[in-house]
Design a protein around this ligand. Sequence first.
Ligand code: NCD
Length: 306
Amino acid sequence: MLKGKHLIEPFDFSLEELEQVFDLADGIILAPENYLDVCKGKILATLFYEPSTRTRFSFEAAMQRLGGQIIGFDDPNTSSAAKGESLSDTIRTIACYADVSVLRHPREGTAKLASKYTDMPVINAGDGGHQHPTQTLTDLLTIRKYHKEIKNLTVGVCGDLKFGRTIHSLVKALSRYENIHFKMISPEELRMPKYILEDLEDGSYEITDNLETSIGDVDILYMSRVQRERFVSEDEYQRLKDFFILDKTKMELAKEDMIVMHPLPRVNEISKEIDSDKRCIYFEQARFGMFVRMALIMKLLGVAIA
Ligand code: NCD
């Protein structure tokens, strides 16, 4: 039963609960007209203390396409945070007005903290370099669409594995599925944190800094942006930002049925020249993000079509 739950990290939902969300998302994709007013009279609050395009807009579009309404801010300076209000007071207040909330914050653990102060479902839309579970819902739904089943796959995650919260959540989530092998592709300075590796089965991953020699083996290549805002040194960012650039030459080494995913925004890590390659599905992935968030909102609110 997902009604009333918080979603702070992927393991908050069982595999069965995830399937329920994906099945509902599939239904919405097939016939969105059946869901036009299932959330009539409900309000979603978006609290964004960090920039966002896809996550915030897809949540807002999702709620509006379900007939619900939205309140919120995308600049904390326009909320009482600027007057020194604590997060716990803000969330308690928002819970007086809204039925479900979405929170993005630069500090790790913030969504978890907020969820302790309210029964209103809190959805973590990214907490610092830690987790981003609704991007993972998007990613898993996308993988289901292209590879039919989430099993027996070699998944290359490439780029900023140190600070990339979408990658942390995805790897954690995928580790629960059958026979998933990871290639962790990053410069040495941006390797996957130990706390994620420790939870993976021995032998289920390889660490490398070479995209050329890895790309031919993967069924999914998940690219990511070097997370400039998490660097202490701008020089270090400048040195590492273009470490990997996926282009036509590298795509020639990849399998015919592999897919390239990216949570977006991209900077330079995927050359625009390959956008028309049918294996590059990142904009379709962004589209699925709205449908999976529609399904998530419905499940957390406990609403269904008649
Ligand atoms: C990601 C994020 O915010 O972590 N964006 C997103 O939500 N799609 C990825 C990123 O910013 O690089």
